[in-house]
Design a protein around this ligand. Structure first.
Ligand SMILES: Nc1ncnc2c1ncn2[C@@H]1O[C@H](COP(=O)(O)OP(=O)(O)OP(=O)(O)O)[C@@H](O)[C@H]1O
Ligand SMILES: [Mg+2]
Length: 334
């Protein structure tokens, strides 16, 4: 065994102990990323079964995997489409570029002929799906940490946030948030800071009513409260395939608008948006100002060829960053 591999193995073991005790911390990623990419895999099991063993409430309906490595790390493997895999990795790199410890190290790896995202499994001691625990975490969180999480979600376009996609660790009165399941950052969206995002929903061979507006109709939308299959079929029948009706029925309430040949859905309608804060840690403001083309090139380097990665997509990140900075300037006490 070479000296470097031996050193990495020892470091990985120390890190494993560290990760198990306190969750994931910024600053030790290189070794973890290396292990995720190259270490031998000794077991691949169902993630749902493992979560049940750990006493967690399981909601996912997908086939996700719990992977054990030779040198002790554990990871979650999600065989996804190219856009979603690239988005998961980009979210990790964005979190790292901002010097946040929100997203666990995530890489792309092929396991049993399937390509997917592979993310460090983080052991946590508070289940956000247990009633009251997410609220407890919000109450006991460090205000800077919580603000950073919200700013991170907004700027990088993670509209699918909330207890289902956040893990929580609580130790010695300190609450730590871990942002998992970031594949939704690639979705096209229109998003004003403070509001919930309008997400594009588009299906092949389905035509939405034509509109002749030049800019996104933020103030010209329809609302559906208490959606039922009958209501969805009546209002959106021609633009939503019947196998998606159930998805809309879980959104209560929601707003929708038509624009540029697509349906755009604003989940939770006008309810408060989680990815919004008016508390701005100074270091984060400085970091936001540093986001530029070269930082974005680094974050999305591995996503070359993914069809979401357009100039418009990168500009939308800069636009959201500018909206946060504008809000900061407007709230600044002179
Ligand atoms: N890196 C991780 N560390 C620890 N647990 C994880 C990690 N990633 C995912 N999980 C667990 O697996 C569950 C499902 O993961 P994920 O949210 O990525 O998939 P999903 O199919 O979108 O599920 P859901 O529909 O519940 O959001 C999470 O709720 C969490 O309990
Ligand atoms: Mg999820």
């Amino acid at each position: 065994m070479s000296k470097t591999i031996m050193l990495n193995s020892v470091l990985a073991m120390l890190l494993l102990a560290h990760v198990s005790c306190v969750g994931f911390d910024f600053g030790h990623e290189e070794v973890i990323v290396d292990q995720l990419l190259h270490d031998d895999i000794i077991k691949v099991e169902s993630l749902s079964c493992e979560l049940e063993r750990q006493g967690k409430i399981v909601k996912t309906k997908r086939d996700l995997f719990f992977v054990s490595f030779k040198h002790g790390l554990k990871a979650v493997f999600k065989p996804l489409n190219k856009n979603s895999i690239c988005a998961e990795v980009a979210a990790y790199k964005a979190s790292q570029a901002m010097r946040f410890a929100f997203v666990p190290p995530t890489v792309i790896r092929k396991i049993h002929d399937k390509i997917g995202s592979l993310q460090l499994f983080v052991y946590t001691n508070l289940d956000p799906m247990v009633s009251g625990s997410f609220e407890y975490a919000l109450e006991h969180a460090d205000p800077d940490e919580l603000a950073n999480l919200k700013i991170f979600y907004y700027v990088f376009g993670q509209w699918s946030n909330g207890p289902r996609n956040i893990l929580i660790n609580s130790k010695n009165g300190r609450v730590q948030f871990i942002a998992i399941d970031n594949e939704a950052i690639w979705h096209k969206k229109y998003w004003h800071y403070g509001d919930n995002a309008f997400i594009q929903r588009r299906w092949k061979d389905i035509h939405v009513p034509k509109t002749d507006v030049e800019t996104f109709p933020y103030d010209n939308y329809c609302t559906i409260k208490k959606p039922t299959p009958a209501v969805i079929k009546e209002k959106l029948g021609p633009v939503v395939p019947s196998n998606y009706v159930h998805w809309f029925c879980e959104l209560d309430p929601f707003n929708y608008a038509y624009y540029k040949g697509s349906l755009w859905v604003q989940l939770k309608g006008n309810a408060p948006c989680f990815a919004y804060t008016t508390h701005f840690p100074q270091e984060t403001i400085a970091k936001l100002k540093q986001i530029d083309k070269s930082m974005l090139d680094h974050i999305f380097f591995h996503a070359k060829g993914a069809d979401f990665l357009t100039q418009e997509f990168l500009d939308s990140i800069l636009d959201r960053r500018n909206q946060v900075l504008a809000c900061y300037e407007s709230k600044k006490v002179n």
